[in-house]
Write a protein that binds this ligand. Structure first.
Ligand code: FPP
Length: 258
């Protein structure tokens, strides 16, 4: 496929609605959501995507009922433990972004084991955003920058966009090229807000547990047809710029249009 993204982000939304539509408990929606994740991980690996970052638990998700949080944490622990060998066989490297310290210690321990087992894998990097929000990530980065400033290892004049990026959880990674959000919601919800400055977004009505390989391909097709200009001009516009004569500046055009 032409123009494949290196890094895809997914806001996996709609597990609760998927369950409600079937009169099932929300937990069943989350369980099916893990199934969808496994399908998409396999497909991304096959396609040669380098990084897939999925929003598995946001810093705001702590506001949910205690029972649901406990269920999600159990699911995470179960995912880390049960899928570890399969991910390893598929050459997937498991990592995370976000502040893991607030997660239950047992979930952290299972995750660490999976991170270590898969650390040298060279295929897809599956990056779980856990207790993550973009603003919180930026706050933590600023705190680390200030510590380095105090010790003298960071100087005021060193601060640049690249330097800030290097203090984020995603240091040294390519920025997400494509961000997919399911379930018909059109929000960014604090997901990779610094890194997504030039990302292309793809929104679909599909609820996350139903999201499949075909939906992913549809998103990739849409991405392949987008023209990324990063604030510059398209190649057609550049040709037109060359036709500007020295005497015909923008302001003179505006003047004559009055
Ligand atoms: C959004 O659906 C989904 C979440 C808050 C959690 C996402 C988690 C999974 C897909 C499974 C867990 C993943 C791992 C790796 C264990 P929602 O509950 O907000 O749905 P709704 O908006 O329809 O209520």
């Amino acid at each position: 496929m032409a123009q494949l993204p290196k890094h895809i982000g997914i806001i996996m939304d709609g597990n609760g609605r998927w369950a409600a539509q079937r009169a099932l408990p929300r937990a069943e929606g989350h369980r099916q959501g893990v199934g969808a994740l496994k399908r998409i991980v396999r497909e991304c690996g096959r396609l040669g995507i380098k990084i897939l970052t999925v929003y598995a638990f946001s810093s705001e998700n702590w506001k949910r009922p205690r029972k649901e949080i406990e269920f999600l944490m159990g699911l995470l622990r179960f995912f880390a433990a049960k899928e570890r060998n399969e991910l390893h066989r598929e050459n997937v490297r498991l990592t995370s972004i976000g502040d893991l310290s607030a997660l239950p210690p047992i979930a952290i321990a299972e995750l660490q084991k999976s991170f270590e087992l898969t650390a040298s894998n060279t295929g897809l990097t599956l990056q779980l955003a856990l207790n993550y929000s973009g603003r919180n990530e930026i706050c933590r980065a600023v705190q680390r920058m200030l510590s380095d400033f105090e010790t003298g290892s960071l100087r005021r004049e060193d601060v640049s966009e690249e330097k800030i990026s290097s203090y984020l959880d995603t240091a040294n990674q390519p920025e997400p090229d494509l961000i997919i959000r399911t379930s018909g919601e059109y929000r960014v919800s604090n997901f990779m807000i610094w890194q997504a400055a030039y990302a292309e977004y793809f929104f679909t009505n599909r609820l996350w547990p139903d999201f499949n390989e075909r939906d992913l391909r549809e998103a990739l097709e849409a991405y392949a047809h987008r023209e990324r200009r990063y604030g510059g001009l398209s190649s057609d516009d550049s040709l037109e710029v060359n036709s500007f004569s020295d005497s015909e500046t923008n302001s003179s055009r505006l003047e004559s249009a009055k």
